[in-house]
Design a binder for this molecule. Structure first.
Ligand code: MV4
Length: 445
């Protein structure tokens, strides 16, 4: 196992990694920007190194500064968390070249999955179902139009370099296709410096279901069931749960088996998430693969009782899985609310000082957060300030625990999404579980 791990991140995820390191007897090194000196991830790590100013481009996203910090601290390995450099193939490669184990997949795997069109083609070849559409990039409007007529409208135009909803356009007919094709290309070029797009059938009101997967260095692969992530607003997840009410036992086995087979065939290592769209008829289609530990990983940890960050450390250190697929069991129902510092009307970020803070506790409650009394939520970074995760023996109990935990969660001084989460968990369409990715737009817009 590693002697010392540097965590190239901040906030709750950096603290999350510090905690697993501690339990494994690994020394942790926090990095921080000028404005993060007083952060919990710094306070609880064994060592810390300042890596630059508030602007993340000059600190948390600056490869040279992170590598310099790892050299100063003499770390064995680097955990990237999520966001920042977590899915930067060049960073993963440089870590390895500099003699630091990158706690994540190979840079090659990050690169393949980073191009959404290549990822889709790759997964299709491995027998994973994909949405009918172009076999790779579409170069011209006419090529796209011909394909759209073949598969039928509506279609969706997606940026190859995109993901998370950026550079996506829907077209319902020839005319809207002509307009949106160049718009999508322009947006993609602007946002990613790559204007490549691909086209596929538009699936109406799908659920967003993702499968947590893992590979080790010995060709073994595991899945940890699905997470239901349909409750989103502008491609930002608000609430996730597992298992999904939209997934039967039979479907769960199929989605798990297919995802594991792909991980094995790819020789994919460490944690990954295979994202699917699930349509009204129970058909699922590969969407993207995320090559990082995700924000919502605690949902799966609570459901299965397995520490996924410890597993990441163990796999990266070259240990073979001691778990077998049959040892991984669902034990109840888990749910997470992402608490954001946001304006309750405009949903814009709401930075400021927390003047009173009380995190909920009690049976079935977990809070992952870097916040505390007098903590200042900075405008420079993501507005998520806490994750409230609950585990109930079934979904009804999980919802009851979540509602009472939301009531106990006191955050004064700033506005947060807690009132929104209370409304969501009280909503009939959430409670009956018949929702899709349209939920927020349909009931809360
Ligand atoms: C789709 C789709 C419908 N049909 N692709 C959104 C984020 C990006 N990962 C892909 N997305 C979508 N792709 C086809 N062929 C609908 C969405 C989509 C969506 C997906 C998951 C969760 C929320 C969403 C909200 C709007 C659109």
């Amino acid at each position: 196992m590693f002697g010392k791990v540097l965590i190239a991140n901040r906030g709750e995820i950096a603290l999350r990694v510090v905690r697993s390191c501690k339990e494994l007897g690994i020394k942790s090194v926090a990095v921080y920007s000028d404005v993060d000196r007083e952060s919990l991830h710094v306070a609880f790590a064994d060592e810390s190194v300042c890596i630059g100013p508030a602007d993340s481009g000059k600190s948390y996203r600056n490869i040279k500064n992170i590598i310099a910090a790892a050299e100063i601290a003499q770390a064995d390995a680097i955990h990237p968390g999520y966001g920042f450099l977590a899915e930067n193939a060049e960073f993963a490669r440089i870590c390895e070249e500099c003699g630091f184990t990158f706690i994540g997949p190979s840079s090659e795997h990050i690169e393949i999955m980073g191009n959404k069109s290549t990822a889709k083609k790759t997964m299709h070849k491995l027998g994973v179902p994909v949405v009918p559409g172009s076999d790779g990039p579409v170069k011209t409007i006419n090529e796209g139009l011909e394909l759209a007529k073949e598969i039928g409208f509506p279609v969706i135009i997606k940026a190859s370099a995109g993901g998370g909803g950026k550079g996506m356009r829907i077209a319902g007919n020839d005319i809207t296709f002509r307009n949106n094709f160049d718009l999508a290309r322009g947006e993609a070029g602007q946002a990613f410096g790559n204007d490549e797009v691909y086209v596929e059938k538009y699936i109406e009101s799908p659920r967003h279901i993702e499968v947590q997967v893992f590979g080790d260095h010995y060709g073994n692969a595991l899945h940890f069931f699905e997470r239901e992530c349909s409750i989103q607003r502008r491609h930002q997840k608000l609430l996730e749960e597992a298992p999904s009410l939209g997934v039967s036992d039979k479907l769960r086995r199929r989605m798990g088996d297919i995802s594991v087979a792909a991980v094995k065939a790819l020789k994919y290592r460490n944690a990954g998430t295979v994202e699917y769209l699930l349509d009204k008829n129970g058909n699922f289609y590969f969407m993207e693969m995320n090559t990082r530990i995700q924000v919502e990983h605690p949902v799966t940890e609570m459901l299965t009782g397995i520490d996924l960050v410890k597993l990441q450390l163990s796999v990266a250190a070259g240990e073979e899985f001691s778990l077998k697929q049959k040892d991984i069991k669902m034990q109840g129902h888990a749910m997470e609310c992402r608490i954001n510092a946001e304006d309750s009307v405009t949903f814009r970020p709401f930075p400021g000082t927390i003047t009173a803070y009380n995190a909920p506790g009690g049976y079935g409650v977990r809070v992952d957060s870097g916040a505390y009394n007098d903590y200042r939520v900075l405008p420079n970074y993501d507005s998520m300030i806490a994750k409230l995760i609950v585990l109930g023996k079934n979904r009804t109990e999980a919802i009851a625990i979540m509602r009472r935990a939301l009531d106990e969660f006191i955050i004064h001084g700033i506005n947060t999404s807690i009132p929104l989460h209370k409304k969501i968990t009280e909503h009939f369409a959430f409670v009956d579980g018949t929702f899709s990715t349209d939920f927020i737009e349909r009931y809360f817009a």
